[in-house]
Structures are given as C-alpha cells and as structure tokens.
Design a protein around this ligand. Structure first.
Ligand code: HEM
Length: 159
C-alpha cells in the first residue's frame, strides 16, 4: 500500500474531526452528488428500498444505513492512517461484496469525486488544494484495496 505523508495525515484527521460526530448528513451530501454524477447507481439500491427518485432513496432508512456504513469505513481509514495495511483484508472483502451486488470498480472513482465534493461543501474555506490532495491520496488507497478484492469471474478468492 502507498504511504501518506505526515502532513496528509494531519490535514485528514483535522478536517474529519471538524465535520463533527454525526457524519451521516455529510454522507447524504456525498451520495446526492454521486447520484447526480451517475444516476444509474440508484438502481443498485432499489432491490431493498423503494427508491423512485434520488430523493426517495436518500431519505429511506435502508439507504441511510448504507451511508452510515460508508462513513464508518472512512472513519476506520482515518483512525488507521499510520497502519492502513491492517484494513487490507477487510477492504478486499468489501470489494468482493460490492462485486457481488453489481457495483463496477469504476464507480468507486465517482464515489471519490463525491467525497471531495462533500468536503468542499462542508469545509468551505478549509478546503485547500493540499487538503484535497491528502484526501485523494487516502481514498485512492482505500479504493485500490477494494478493487483488488474483485475477482476475474466473481469467484471467491482462495489465496
Ligand atoms: C458506487 C458506489 C456504491 C454502491 C452502489 C454501493 C452499494 C452497496 C450495496 C447494494 C450494498 C449491500 C446492501 C447494503 O448493505 O446496503 C453495500 C454494502 C456495503 N457498502 Fe457499499 N456501495 C458503494 C460504495 C461503497 C463504498 C465506497 C464503501 C466504503 C468506503 C461502501 C461500504 C459498504 C459497506 C461497509 C457495506 C456492508 C457490507 C457488508 O454487508 O458486510 N460502499 N453497498
């Protein structure tokens, strides 16, 4: 796994903390952006909630449950900036689960873009070029590990 600089870590930790304890509203901003960028992703959530429109989806408890899960994964990454490799196995598995529910690896990049959008909205003046790059560096590590979990034919990896 790539390494983050000490400056990256400081910027990520400080900004994540400044978003406050409840990260779900920030996650909702992130997913609203995701559906703007790629409305087809909405279909992947329809099987469990009646998401006719992005708004229906974003206010459904099942969907908010996924938003919470995503924010918890980001929170775990922020808490393990010094030893991100310890999350490798978890992220590989998470990638595999997303392959199973029909998410393409390319969509993870759109999530990254949405994450940066949310940070820009939520941090306003605090959103600097260095901070953007720090988050991009961290998200790229998470995204790469999730994508590594994808297997050629969707079969379970034995190694
Ligand atoms: C294109 C973006 C994504 C789509 C369409 C998507 C969709 C889904 C779906 C359909 C599920 C299964 C149902 C559920 O638990 O709600 C799921 C589970 C999950 N997703 Fe995502 N997801 C996306 C991105 C992400 C990202 C970027 C993360 C974390 C950084 C994430 C974290 C999780 C977690 C933790 C679970 C639960 C896995 C488990 O059951 O063990 N998702 N996702």
């Amino acid at each position: 796994m790539e390494k983050l600089t000490e400056k990256d870590k400081e910027l990520i930790r400080g900004s994540w903390e400044s978003l406050g304890k409840n990260k779900v509203p920030h996650g909702v901003i992130m997913f609203s952006r995701l559906f703007e960028l790629d409305p087809a992703l909405l279909n992947l959530f329809r099987y469990k909630s009646n998401c006719g429109t992005p708004q229906d989806c974003l206010s459904s408890p099942e969907f908010l449950d996924h938003v919470t899960k995503v924010m918890l994964v980001i929170d775990a990454a922020v808490s393990h900036l010094d030893d991100l490799h310890t999350l490798e196995e978890f992220l590989l598995n998470l990638g595999r689960k997303h392959q199973a529910v029909g998410v393409h690896t390319q969509s993870f990049a759109v999530v990254g873009e949405s994450l940066l959008y949310m940070l820009q909205c939520s941090l306003a003046q605090g959103y600097t070029a260095a901070l953007r790059q720090a988050w991009l560096n961290m998200y790229t590590i998470v995204e790469a590990a999730m994508s590594r979990g994808y297997t050629k034919n969707g079969e379970h990896k034995t190694d």
